[in-house]
Design a protein around this ligand. Structure first.
Ligand code: KG4
Ligand code: ZN
Length: 347
């Protein structure tokens, strides 16, 4: 084997998706040899959201077949792996621990080092899986658990410039989906239902928080939706569903545009019209078609992670690990790695 060749086993289990990636890397670049994920949406749909214990149990079941198929597809033997990358933070404790336990077991058998992966940074840096973007960039991480603006000067150097004080944008979509009774997770469903909807037919509040630049609040939005729904008849709801969805979605994405503008002007002290620094958008909500369109039409240099790598996946984990070789924890010290549930405080 080429001495510069790395074979990274990437593992992602921080929330409700189980994902395994085998990535090959050498002096010429990197290649995903296999990427397999198991999605628990059908299971969680029954409960209308993530149930931490069920999510962790589901990872335990999904991991062995995912590993087996991933090695087979990659044409790689477990003993050829040179390092293990696993999400250690942030996430649901039980879910994180299933992946960390797998990583440690694999490392123990093959005497390998482990790279502990920051899930949020991995989401944004997934941009490099398909595009070349230089540092610094303004990162917008929008997922089911986080909505954070970062000033990014390197793969492991991200300073928080703004964040939500309560619900995340993905949570606003999912809770909205629940109120609308359209299914779980609400994000993709609302996005699809909005395609033929009129965004101005209904008005939903945008929480400007003018005295707190960069800070967002989404918790009032689902309440506003609930109140609106109570005033409509079942026929009106059925007839206007695309318009209700489009208007609700518009409030979520416009908040992100307004906050991006505010951060550029009030925190970075630059003019939006002259802002040519790249803006990178990642995380599950970055799949949203209206958000992609709105941000690209409002700012000059916008790069959105490919929908293939927006929602939780192990390719972003392996990719991030490859970019931070300094974080590699050698064997056997890596066997003491632990999980951390929080990373950005909601304050
Ligand atoms: O990044 P991710 O897979 O998991 C977390 O780290 O939280 O993001 C999941 C979130 C869910 O809230 C889901 O509804 C949302 O991403 N999502 C979308 C779309 N696809 C997924 N939200 C809006 N529009 C979409 N097309
Ligand atoms: Zn995520």
């Amino acid at each position: 084997m080429d001495p510069h060749q790395q074979i990274i086993l990437g593992i992602e289990t921080s929330c409700d998706d189980t994902s395994v990636c085998i990535m090959e890397r050498n002096d010429n670049g990197q290649k995903i040899r296999s990427l397999n994920s198991y999605n628990q949406d059908f299971l969680l749909a029954k409960w209308g959201g993530v149930v931490p214990e069920l999510a962790a149990r589901s990872h335990v079941k999904a991991i062995p077949p995912l590993l087996e198929v991933s090695f087979k597809e990659a044409g790689i033997k477990p003993q050829d792996v040179t390092e293990v990358a696993v999400t250690t933070h942030p996430g649901l404790m039980g879910s994180l621990l299933t992946g960390i336990n797998l990583a440690k077991t694999f490392a123990l058998i093959h005497e390998l080092p482990i790279i502990p992966v920051n899930h949020l940074f991995a989401h944004l840096e997934a941009i490099h899986l398909t595009e070349k973007v230089s540092y610094p960039y303004l990162g917008l991480l929008v997922s089911g658990g986080h909505t954070v603006f970062f000033w990014v000067t390197g793969p492991n150097n991200m300073e928080v410039l703004g964040n939500t004080l309560d619900d995340a944008a993905g949570e606003a979509f999912d809770k909205g989906g629940k109120v609308l009774g359209v299914g779980y997770p609400g994000g993709k469903i609302i996005d699809d239902l909005s395609i033929n909807g009129i965004t101005t037919k209904y008005t939903f509040p945008i929480s400007y928080m003018r005295d707190r630049p960069g800070k967002m609040s989404y918790s009032g939005l689902k309440t506003a939706l609930k109140v609106k729904m109570e005033k409509l008849t079942a026929e009106e709801i059925a007839q206007d569903l695309p318009h209700i969805c489009a208007s609700y979605q518009e409030a979520i994405v416009q908040t992100l545009r307004i906050k991006a503008e505010e951060i550029i002007e009030k925190i970075l002290h630059l003019k939006v019209k002259n802002f040519e620094t790249p803006i990178v958008i990642g995380g599950g909500v970055a799949c949203n078609s209206r958000l992609r369109e709105l941000m690209k039409s409002s700012f000059k240099n916008v790069h959105v992670v490919s929908p293939l790598y927006c929602t939780d996946n192990a390719a972003m984990v392996a990719n991030w690990a490859a970019r931070v070789p300094e974080l590699l924890v050698s064997f056997p010290e890596c066997l003491s790695l632990d999980a951390q549930s929080r990373f950005v405080e909601k304050k």
